[in-house]
Ligand binder design. Structure first.
Ligand SMILES: Cc1cc2nc3c(=O)[nH]c(=O)nc-3n(C[C@H](O)[C@H](O)[C@H](O)COP(=O)(O)OP(=O)(O)OC[C@H]3O[C@@H](n4cnc5c(N)ncnc54)[C@H](O)[C@@H]3O)c2cc1C
Length: 425
């Protein structure tokens, strides 16, 4: 053990921290204390912001730098309510001041290169940062090449994806508002895996909830590349029928091949739309690809689930949507937040020269609005399986709502406020 590790270990023990049980060590560290190590976090979304915050809270004197390209965090969860006109962008936007207040150095910039051999990364500005451990939580980027003409259609503003909350959410909302009564809103869903399995069906409900009142002759056409609804199927089917009969039309096995003008070209038919919302196929964020980490189907990053360390590059921990998911593990903000806590605990121990914490248990809850107030949920618990070295769902855990209801509407908004605080407060 190095002198620094020994110092850090003594300090940690004195503070009475019980990292194995993930007890809170407190975020106080005096400026004179030597750092226990440098961790750079790339991506200030659900995974990265949570990891930065918990490294400071649990790790005390770890030097944590968060690099994020955007000035503020804009949440994808609840963004479908903005699309439906029930919430505003300000409701889903938060700043990074809370992280700064607990000692995270927040750098606004784009990471363009990572040299995993010498543990250094470079920003577009030319700034270089060295690290002992790197956390990457870059989310997804889109495989535009899978749908002819899509990149150009999105770049021109004619077609939106709205699958990264921000200007795309605003543009999509404006297009829906400008759509004529009697117009067609068509949404295309890619084959799984994509981020947020229930998200597209929630969006269909939110758009339908708006047009039902504002443009009652309009249609919402859901073109799903999958053979059936991918999450909370019976509950969404019921919502489509109960609230949006004659408005939502759901078409399975309808994969988009090309976009031409405002026409979605499927294998056997062309669908003309007034508003075309194409959710493109997805893979791990570009920076993970640039760094040579996409070792699963050339699309996702394989990780050691005990530490979230990439199986492609030592010292690089990858979280959230960018990972090759464990069986039945959704790509969700809630799950990225859980990954972050597993990684933060493991990294603290690794920097201290201690064994990593005992096998973790993580959980997920995804709420979906089917009207402005009625909500359904799906939940699951995932336990690390030492024999198979992956997370497996705990039998009997989780499940879905019995029916859409307004109490869960309140829970859903509470969930969002809580998780944003858990990442950023
Ligand atoms: C419409 C919609 C609804 C959703 N609803 C829910 C829900 O109700 N519940 C739920 O749990 N999940 C939901 N999700 C899914 C959730 O948003 C994602 O699973 C979650 O954001 C994944 O977290 P992440 O950290 O992997 O990526 P993100 O949260 O996307 O964070 C990635 C961050 O990295 C930054 N970044 C990327 N590359 C670089 C770089 N090179 N340099 C600097 N910064 C970089 C990005 O700007 C971004 O801020 C929804 C998603 C959508 C699209």
């Amino acid at each position: 053990m190095t002198q620094m590790q020994e110092l850090s270990r003594r300090r940690l023990l004195t503070a009475g921290a019980a990292l194995g049980g993930l007890a809170l060590a407190g975020c106080a560290s005096t400026p004179s204390e030597p750092s226990a190590g440098r961790v750079v976090v790339v991506g200030g979304g659900f995974g990265g912001a949570t990891a930065a915050r918990y490294l400071r809270m649990w790790g005390g004197n770890i030097d944590v730098t968060l690099v994020e390209r955007n000035t503020s965090f804009i949440s994808c969860p609840i963004s479908n309510l903005v699309v439906g006109g029930h919430k505003q962008m300000a409701d889903i936007t938060r700043g990074y001041d809370g992280l700064k207040a607990i000692g995270v150095k927040v750098v606004q910039g784009e990471v363009i290169a990572i040299d995993v051999a010498v543990r250094k990364l470079r920003l577009a500005s030319g700034t270089e940062l060295s690290y002992d451990r790197l956390i990457l939580s870059p989310g997804v980027d889109f495989m535009f090449d899978q749908v002819g003409g899509l990149q150009a259609a999105i770049d021109s503003g004619r077609v939106t994806h709205g699958w990264k909350a921000g200007p795309q959410t605003v543009a999509l909302r404006r297009q829906i508002e400008a759509m004529p009564d009697g117009g067609v809103f068509a949404m295309s869903i890619p084959k799984v895996p994509y981020r947020c399995p229930p998200g597209p069906y929630e969006r269909a409900c939110m758009v339908a909830s708006y047009v039902k009142v504002a443009k009652p002759r309009a249609k919402v056409l859901v073109l799903d590349a999958n053979p059936e609804i991918q999450s909370k199927k019976a509950l969404f089917e019921r919502a489509f029928q109960q609230h949006y009969s004659g408005i939502i039309e759901y078409r399975p096995n309808s994969e988009i091949k090309e976009v031409s003008g405002n026409v979605a070209k499927l294998e056997f038919e062309d669908v003309k739309a007034d508003v075309l919302n194409v959710i493109p196929p997805q893979r791990a964020g570009d920076i993970a690809r640039t760094a040579g980490l996409l070792n699963m189907n050339n699309r996702w990053v394989g990780v050691n689930w005990l530490t979230m360390e990439s199986t492609a590059a030592p010292g690089v921990h990858v979280l959230g949507d960018a990972t090759f998911s464990a069986p039945a593990m959704p790509k969700s903000g809630h799950m990225a937040n859980q990954h972050a806590k597993v990684a933060a605990a493991a990294i603290i121990n690794l920097l201290m020269g201690l064994p990593v914490s005992p096998p973790p248990v993580v959980m997920n809850t995804c709420y979906s609005f089917v009207t402005a107030k009625d909500v359904i949920h799906v939940a699951s618990v995932h336990q690390f399986d030492a024999a198979e070295k992956t997370f497996k769902t705990v039998p009997g855990s989780g499940g879905v709502s019995a029916a859409a209801n307004q109490i869960e509407g309140r829970y859903a908004l509470g969930w969002a406020l809580n998780i944003w605080d858990d990442m950023l407060a």
